[in-house]
Design a protein. Structure first.
Lengths: 95, 192
């Protein structure tokens, strides 16, 4: 038997749940895009949803949630830095 | 028996060398994304007007396609960890198929833009749009080649529950390609 069989307890596999959340966040982003909304609140919301999507992919699809912190921190820093700098650059464009 | 205790922390999945490559790729894409965002701040009207000409549906469908492909790869890794080579092969085949759909949609999108006479020198937005999406396009092709190589080896029984580093290595690269697309989609197609 596999060492980690905790997934067998779930009705919906965690990876299926993550997939569904990612699809929903993509649909949300698409709707915001279609409405052609702008402004700092919208930018922050979309960047936050992108950050959540990236985090979920790294943790549950790439399997980093089981990995030592020293490796995870590289991925999390990259996500935070890139989305943070994009947000900062876009805030400059609003002025 | 169900193990409810959290598994111990471990090293990165797959071959360590692929992670050096992944982190290097993320750095390059990250610089591209930030450069795009700062270039936009100097010419917001041009970027917004050019962004409006993109077919957002293509971007959204491609995001769903890549997320689904990524999900299939997760299932392929789970299958091989369970010693099910054939199921792993099936999931990998499905992931490659989704990759092909992504490429097909992207080619339609590129064709549409080139037919309108848009090139790298049309304006700064299109320079970023074409170079970023084409750079990512090439990564998708490389990811599909890696997945195909893993599929053929898995079909020959080259992987097992005890020896599946190759599957995890390819999967990690494929996830990186998709992770980059998530940011690219928001940046190029959505945020304005």
């Amino acid at each position: 038997m596999s060492e980690y069989t905790e997934y067998t307890e779930y009705i919906v596999r965690p990876c299926t749940l993550v997939w569904l959340i990612l699809i929903l966040l993509t649909v949300f982003a698409f709707v915001v895009g279609e409405l052609e909304l702008g402004g700092i609140t919208i930018i922050a919301t979309i960047l936050l949803s992108t950050l959540i999507k990236g985090q979920m992919v790294a943790d549950y699809f790439m399997g980093l949630h089981r990995v030592r912190w020293r490796w995870r921190i590289i991925m999390y820093s990259w996500l935070l830095l890139v989305t943070g700098l994009i947000g900062f650059a876009y805030s400059l464009g609003l002025k | 028996m169900v193990n409810s205790i959290s598994p111990p922390q471990r090293d990165l999945p797959g071959d360590f060398a692929i992670w050096i490559f992944i982190f290097a790729e993320l750095l390059v894409f990250g610089i591209f994304f930030v450069a795009y965002a700062f270039a936009r701040s100097y010419n917001v009207e041009l970027f917004n007007a050019s962004q409006s000409t993109l077919t957002r549906e293509f971007g959204a469908i491609n995001t769903v396609v890549l997320i689904t492909s990524r999900f299939f790869v997760v299932r392929a890794v789970a299958a091989i960890k369970n010693n099910s080579s054939q199921i792993c092969v099936n999931w990998l085949g499905a992931a490659i198929f989704m990759g092909a759909i992504f490429l097909f949609i992207k080619i339609i999108e590129f064709h549409e833009k080139f037919s309108e006479g848009i090139t790298l020198s049309t304006n700064t937005f299109y320079m970023f749009y074409l170079s970023l999406t084409f750079f990512h396009f090439m990564h998708v092709i490389l990811g599909m080649v890696i997945l195909a190589a893993i599929l053929f080896k898995a079909r020959q029984g080259g992987y097992s529950a005890k020896d599946h580093t190759g599957v995890e290595t390819g999967a990690s690269y494929w996830h990186m390609v998709d992770l980059v697309w998530i940011i690219l989609f928001s940046l190029i197609y959505i945020i304005r």
